[in-house]
Design a protein around this ligand. Structure first.
Ligand code: ADP
Ligand code: MG
Length: 255
């Protein structure tokens, strides 16, 4: 049976889809049969982010309305061969999808996969509840900004009303230079505020998604390792800014 993990946050734009897609890709590279399911029926961009949008034939709504089986709606990723993408409502974006129907689709896939990542919409209304109700575990994505951490805190409170097996936090878009200068909240401070364990730290990096060996890819590899094993290794975002070269980097950035 697959581990069903929702990737959520309070705030929009903090990196839910980025985290869900890259984490799913890295977990799949570790040999796990993985599904990335788009539960964001409004923006539905998981297929775009993973670059398979032109290969989408069926989506979740087609499965629920009986036009195909769940397995037929999966798009196999051309590069990450263990990764499959299940798109949300391209065919009928306005259609009401009940939490039960959505959950049943994921349950029908569960015996054939090891991981199902659910990309949650922003906010804490209907779409959020539908995504959470289908999951057994939650990853809350935040950035080190106070407003994002405050929203993450609200979401974690709401998550307590669900019987989830685990809730953890991923801190995205962390700038090593700002961390060193104390301009942003540290991972330790965030863990303390949220009273929730940190599963991973991801650097701010303007790289093409699912790309080669960037710092972001290394950080996502560690995140996948932390999720799939007992290990808890954090990516060091400050490494780039320490030592002689790092010192120069900070000097020229004026920090
Ligand atoms: N670590 C990062 N470094 C740089 N840009 C990022 C990072 N994470 C996300 N982004 C960018 O932030 C924007 C919002 O990310 P997205 O994953 O779509 O957020 P959400 O799904 O929470 O709305 C996208 O343009 C994405 O490329
Ligand atoms: Mg998104």
């Amino acid at each position: 049976m697959a581990r069903k993990i929702v990737v959520t946050s309070g705030k929009g734009g903090v990196g839910k889809t980025t985290v869900a897609a890259n984490l799913a890709a890295q977990v799949s590279l570790r040999g796990a049969r993985t599904v990335l399911c788009d539960a964001d029926f409004g923006l539905n961009n998981a297929d775009v982010v993973t670059g398979v949008e032109n290969a989408v034939v069926y989506d979740v709504v087609d499965v629920i309305e009986g036009r195909c089986r769940a397995k037929q709606a999966l798009v196999k990723h051309p590069k990450f061969t263990n990764l499959h993408i299940l798109s949300s409502a391209h065919s009928a974006p306005e259609r009401y999808i009940s939490p039960q129907a959505f959950k049943l689709v994921l349950e029908s896939l569960s015996p054939n996969f090891d991981f199902v990542f659910i990309d949650c919409p922003a906010g804490i209304d209907e779409g959020f509840h539908r995504a959470i109700a289908a999951a057994e575990e939650a990853i809350v994505v935040t950035t080190p900004q106070i407003s994002a951490v405050r929203d993450a805190d609200k979401v974690i409170t709401v998550l307590k009303s669900y019987e989830l097996e685990s809730v953890s936090v991923v801190i995205n878009r962390v700038r090593g230079d700002m961390l060193l200068s104390g301009a942003i909240l540290s991972p330790e401070e965030i863990a303390e505020i949220l009273k929730t364990p940190v599963l991973g730290i991801l650097p701010e990096e303007d790289e093409v998604l699912l790309s080669e060996m960037t710092d972001k890819t290394k950080a996502f590899r560690l995140l996948a390792l932390n999720l799939t094993t007992e290990k808890k290794k954090m990516f060091d975002v400050t490494k780039k800014y320490t030592g002689f070269v790092g010192g120069l980097r900070r000097f020229f950035r004026g920090i």
